[in-house]
Structure formats: structure tokens, C-alpha cells
Design a protein around this ligand. Structure first.
Ligand code: MEV
Length: 432
């Protein structure tokens, strides 16, 4: 099964040294992109105004960010070149670097649950205990029928209503309230539309049957049942090479991980690094990244104390990283079929199966965490950032694209990254 995809290798050595137009050609070869798809990614006009105007209100134009590709990813034995939209330097390089460490054999192992989302029906003045439970038990077949009747495509795809349960809570002043959770398998959709409309329908039915007033009817952005578990391994060896790591370095990474597991202040920063990678893929693929952010942080604090999402341990001659994360992602609906660059991004990823897509996204998060933790546990992140900062300064003072690497090299040699040093070096380069 994997042979065909192994032929599609995401290794692409030297990719970072290519020009932007050579890079997009390499990605086009990897994914079999046509001219229009290539244009959607490479041209500054990737999103036509007519489409942009219909995406939001009061639209005046388009806003651009860089789109880049992380290389080296292998997840469950399949290779992926991963589109990432992000303004922060070093994120794409870090993801590619860690993906290389994690690509041995089948690469990062990922398992996802069924894509079950939760819809909430709120009862501000709840009926007596047992009434909602009783109604759900007696009418569950009818609820399923009524909720599913307007979603034939979801049902045909194998999704649909999967059950309901009652939760009883008290508000901050001690007043009781109740919530009915409806569970919906949304297949390849993010699910907000289907779940919101089913929650509204369920509210009407439950109110009729119980006589209780319904408050809000809305999906929950804590998709606790829709999760991906990823595990990545790096072989430990004193001789460094592809997929190898010095045991001392691995021990420092475990130490850093334990710090993040123990301290919420560190955990937030570590999780932010994970989201650097995840959000970048979500932006490139037109996802609701706000929903994913909200869910990830709520999940990190699910048992009452905010914790690191990923954990690293030295086990059996390997550094092993594990992460469990809720991911409500969609490959149908929203702008996934409308935005030309998003469509091209999905073609490059090579899948429109939402669970497989979520597994790749989680793998990127884990890789990002490894790269950041490794850098922090060794030389720190500032050295790498110096080069990137110098590049930004060189561009700001007007160096042409072909002059930028020369100005950066000269600035680093002088250990100066300020605008004055950049101007001096640019002047020197132009004279010579
Ligand atoms: C910076 O955007 C992300 C890091 O702070 C993540 C981390 O500390 O693990 C480097």
C-alpha cells in the first residue's frame, strides 16, 4: 500500500537553497500540479477579488502572507510536503528539520478517532431531574430521524447523529441549569454548520416534549471525542546523521519536556510552539484556526491544570514524543473548495480525508515541538533568529533579493544586525 507514496518522497534535499520559482516547480512535480494550481500558489493574485468579496463583509481587497512548504514529513508510512502560511521566521525550517529526524521507517505514527462533534442545547430553567433523560430515552429514534433528515449528504458519507446525553450544572450563583449534548459524526466536514442546525432542531423537539424553555443551541468548540494521537521516535546514537540524535541531547529534551509538564508558564509557551506549526498548516488549508486554538488550550487544561500537550521521553534507545490533541478540521465546506490556493494545498497534501489530514497536522505540531525544544535545550533559539532578523533588516533597508544573502553574511560576520550595519554592508557590496 505504501510503495506508491514512498515514490512520492518529501525529502527534497536542497529545497531551501532553490529560488521561489524553482521551489514551486519542485512541489508541482511532487504533487502533479497543473499551471492553474501552480499559479494559485505562486502569484500574488492567488485569491481573485470576486471570491474574496463573497467571503466576508465590507471587503476592500486581499491580504497576503508567505506560503512555504515543509519537507521531509512521513506520517503512517506516507510522505507529505506540507503547505504552511506563517509570518514568523524559522517555523518552516524547524518543522522540516524535525520531520527529518522523525522520518525513519513509517515516520510519525498517528491514530485518529471518529470525527464526532458535540452540539449543545442549553436549558436555563431545567425540568426536574430525570425528565430530559427520560425524553431522550423514549424518543432517541425520532430524534435521530428528525436531525438527520436535512443532511442527506452527510448520511450518505457515513456520518450522522450518534447519541445524546444530559449534563446538569450550576451557574456561578448556585442556580441549576442543564445541557443536552448531541453527538454528531461529521465525517470530512469541520461540522459547525451541520451541528448548529441539528442543535437548533434538537432544541425545538426537546422543548416540545418537556415544556422547558431552551436557551442557546450551538456546537461546542471543545471536540473532546475528535482527537489525534501522534507518536514520533528518533533513534539515539552517538554518531549523528539522519534520524539520529546524541543521547545527551535527548536527555536535555526530556528534561525540558518535564519542565513543560510541571509548569503552566512553560507549558503555554511550549504549546504556542506546537500551534506555530499547526496554525500555519490550518491557514494554508482554509481551516477555522480559532476553533482549533480554543480547543487545544482548553484540552491542555482539561483536568483542571494547564499542561504541555506533548511529552518527550528517552525509551529503549530512542527519544519518543507523544501528543494527544483535539482537531476539528474539514476538507469539505467552508472555503476549502473555493479558495484556489487552498485547493492547491490539499492537492499537495494528497488527501481530502479529514482524519488523515488531521493526522498530518498533529504530526506537524509534534515536529515543531521537537525542533523548538531541541533548540532551547541546546544553543537557544536566538542564534538562528539572528540570521532571520538580519534578513528582514536587509530587506527593510532596500537590498534587492539577490543582494540579501550577501548583506546577511556580512552582517553576521560582523555580529551586527542593526539597520546601520546593513546599509554599510549594502553600500560596500554595491561598490564592489
Ligand atoms: C516561538 O514562537 C515558539 C517557542 O517559544 C516554542 C517553545 O518555547 O517551545 C520557541
Amino acid at each position: 500500500m505504501t510503495t506508491m507514496f514512498h515514490a512520492r518522497s518529501s525529502r527534497l534535499p536542497g529545497f531551501f537553497r532553490l529560488s521561489a520559482s524553482e521551489r514551486i516547480k519542485a512541489v508541482a512535480r511532487f504533487a502533479g500540479l497543473d499551471e492553474a494550481e501552480l499559479d494559485a500558489l505562486a502569484s500574488p493574485d492567488g485569491l481573485p477579488q470576486a471570491i474574496a468579496s463573497n467571503m466576508s463583509e465590507n471587503v476592500v481587497g486581499r491580504f497576503s502572507l508567505p506560503i512555504a512548504f515543509a519537507t521531509n514529513f512521513r506520517v503512517n508510512g506516507l510522505d507529505y510536503v506540507v503547505p504552511m502560511v506563517i509570518e514568523e521566521p524559522s517555523v518552516v525550517a524547524a518543522a522540516s528539520f524535525a520531520a527529518r529526524l522523525l522520518r525513519d521507517e513509517e515516520g510519525i505514527a498517528a491514530v485518529s478517532t471518529d470525527p464526532i462533534m458535540i452540539g449543545q442545547v442549553h436549558f436555563p430553567e431545567p425540568p426536574p431531574e430525570g425528565v430530559l433523560e427520560d425524553v431522550l430515552e423514549r424518543h432517541i429514534g425520532e430524534i435521530k430521524e428528525q436531525l438527520e433528515k436535512n443532511h442527506p449528504r452527510l448520511i450518505a458519507a457515513g456520518g450522522g447523529f450518534r447519541g445524546a446525553r444530559v449534563r446538569r450544572l450550576v451557574d456561578p450563583d448556585g442556580r441549576p441549569l442543564a445541557v443536552v449534548h448531541i453527538l454528531v459524526d461529521v465525517r470530512d466536514a469541520m461540522g459547525a454548520n451541520a451541528v448548529n442546525s441539528m442543535a437548533e432542531e434538537a432544541g425545538t423537539l426537546l422543548s416540545q416534549w418537556t415544556g422547558a424553555r431552551v436557551g442557546l443551541r450551538i456546537l461546542s468548540n471543545l471536540p473532546i471525542h475528535r482527537r489525534v494521537v501522534v507518536e514520533g521516535r528518533v533513534k539515539l546514537d552517538v554518531e549523528k546523521g539522519v534520524s539520529r540524535m546524541d543521547p545527551e541531547e535527548a536527555a536535555r529534551i526530556e528534561e525540558a519536556s518535564r519542565f513543560a509538564e510541571a509548569d503552566p508558564y512553560r507549558a503555554v509557551t511550549a504549546n504556542k510552539g506546537i500551534m506555530n506549526g499547526i496554525d500555519a498548516v490550518l491557514l494554508a488549508t482554509g481551516q477555522d484556526f480559532r476553533a482549533v486554538e480554543a480547543a487545544a488550550h482548553a484540552f491542555a487544561a482539561y483536568d483542571g491544570r494547564y499542561k504541555a500537550l506533548a511529552k518527550w521521553r528517552v525509551e529503549d534507545g530512542h527519544l519518543v514524543g507523544r501528543m494527544d490533541i483535539p482537531l476539528a478540521l474539514g476538507t469539505v465546506g467552508g472555503i476549502t473548495s473555493v479558495h484556489p490556493a487552498v485547493r492547491a494545498s490539499f492537492k499537495i497534501l494528497g488527501t481530502r480525508v479529514a482524519s488523515r489530514f488531521a493526522e498530518v497536522v498533529a504530526a506537524v505540531g509534534l515536529a515543531q515541538n521537537l525542533a523548538a525544544t531541541r533548540a532551547l535545550a541546546s544553543e537557544g533559539i536566538q542564534r538562528g533568529h539572528m540570521r532571520l532578523h538580519a534578513r528582514n533588516v536587509a530587506m527593510e533597508i532596500g537590498a534587492l533579493p539577490e543582494e540579501v544573502p550577501l548583506v546577511v553574511a556580512a552582517m553576521l560576520a560582523r555580529e551586527r544586525t542593526d539597520a546601520r550595519a546593513a546599509r554599510e554592508e549594502l553600500a560596500r557590496i554595491r561598490v564592489s
